[in-house]
Every structure is written in C-alpha cells, then in structure tokens.
Design a binder for this molecule. Structure first.
Ligand code: PLP
Length: 230
C-alpha cells in the first residue's frame, strides 16, 4: 500500500471535518468541542497510520483480538479507546493500552474494569453504552436502567464515568439522538465529571452534532466500506 492508494482518506477526512464544522457552526455554541474518532475495524494499520498523519488523534477499536493483532503496528501518537461489546474476561487484555472504555453496559463489567484498574494502579475512564432504541440486536443498558447502573458504577474505585455512548437505530435516528441528549443532560446534571456524549457515525454524525454529541465515531466515511471477508 503506498500513499497514492491512501489519498482517498485525505479527501474523506476533509469532507468529514467540513461537515462537522458546518454542523457546529449551525447548531452549537462557538466554544463547543467535537472530537472526531477514526473507527478502525477491518482497516489495515497503514491506512490507520495515514489518518493519524493527517491529524486524527483518536482511534476506536471494536474487537479485542483484532486490536491486539494490530496494536504494535499503530502510530503511538494517537489515543485508543474501546467502543465494541466487551466480555468481562477480556478486560485484562486492554486495561493498560486503551484510555477509555465506551461500552460499559453492566455493573459486572464495571466491577471487572475497576478490579483490574486498581490492580494496575490506574484510573479507567468509562462511558455507559445506552441502547436508546431498545433493539434486541444491540448491547447497551436500557434507558430505564441507566440511573441504577450509574449509581452502582459511581461507587467503584479506579473508574471514572465520563458520560454516555449510543448507537441509535438507523431509522428515525434524530428522534433517538434527541432522547439521548435529554438523558445525558439529566444524568450529567446529577453526577459531576461527565463531559462526553459519544454519538454519531458515518450516516448521522452531522445530525448527532446537532443533538449535542461531543465525540463522533466515523469508520466507513473515512476509510471506505469494510471488507468482512478478510
Ligand atoms: C463500526 C462502528 C462505528 C462506525 O460506523 P460507520 O458507520 O462505519 O461510521 C461507530 N461506533 C461503533 C460502536 C461501531 O461499531
């Protein structure tokens, strides 16, 4: 893979930055910050590093095994956060290499992160993943269970709850993005230290910025369609 093969990433990123800036300008306060995360599932490390060279400073990983197989090849100047469904018995593989786990949806998972964070002498930033559309196919805590989960997580040592993450249903996503904003506003006024609302993917990141997202997670729009055969 040479840099000519990777030039489409330059153009994709230019478009993403432009659309984010437009949405911010239109819907948000001038001082608001929205971070762009590059979602790297199935993407070759060369392409990931190319994005980092273009100024991407945050990578999102979905799968523990895939991440472990690529981590050594990544440019270390970007921060890595975990965004995929995480089994309790895999926390140990990522506890010292990611800066945040965005997909916490049970107290049991939070307790294991806490145990390993304390053991490793660190504090792990976490987000609670909310299944805002109530879809069976998706992980995440139901909105009705969120307060109880956060109350439990807030008692744990070694974890810091920084906010919420969601993947809304693909249709009517603005209704669900709006509900997430309400949920986030209410919960972040109750608990101090929350400053991240992670929502918005390739098809809805501009809309998500409209509804208060502080972190958009873009894969396909940056790197192209995924090839799952690899
Ligand atoms: C794959 C994925 C994304 C990015 O999705 P695209 O539609 O490719 O932009 C964002 N968040 C999570 C949790 C993902 O699994």
């Amino acid at each position: 893979m040479n840099n000519d093969d990777l030039a489409y990433i330059d153009e994709n990123l230019r478009i993403i930055r432009e659309r984010c800036a437009e949405a911010k300008e239109k819907y948000r306060s001038p001082g608001d910050k929205v971070r762009i995360m590059a979602v790297t599932k199935t993407v070759a490390p060369e392409a990931v590093n190319h994005a980092v060279k273009l100024g991407i400073d945050l990578l999102g990983e979905n799968r523990v095994q895939e991440y472990l197989s690529k981590a050594d090849l990544y440019d270390k100047s970007a921060e890595v956060q975990f965004i995929g469904h995480l089994q309790t018995n895999k926390v140990k593989y990522i506890i010292n290499t990611v800066s945040m786990i965005q997909s916490v949806d049970s107290l049991k998972l939070g307790q294991e992160i806490s145990r390993l964070a304390v053991k490793n002498g660190r504090v792990m930033d976490i987000l609670c993943e909310v299944n805002i559309g109530g879809e069976d196919s998706k992980s995440g805590i139901a909105p009705s269970g969120l307060k109880e989960l956060i109350s439990g997580l807030s008692e744990l040592e070694g974890v810091r709850i920084r906010g919420l993450m969601t993947i809304p249903p693909p249709s009517d996503s603005d209704i669900f993005l709006g509900r997430m904003k309400e949920l986030y506003d209410s919960i972040s006024s109750e608990y101090s230290g929350m400053d991240i609302l992670s929502m918005g993917m390739t098809h809805d990141y501009a809309e998500a910025i409209r509804y208060g997202s502080t972190l958009v997670r873009v894969g396909t729009g940056l790197f192209g369609a995924r090839d799952y055969s690899k």
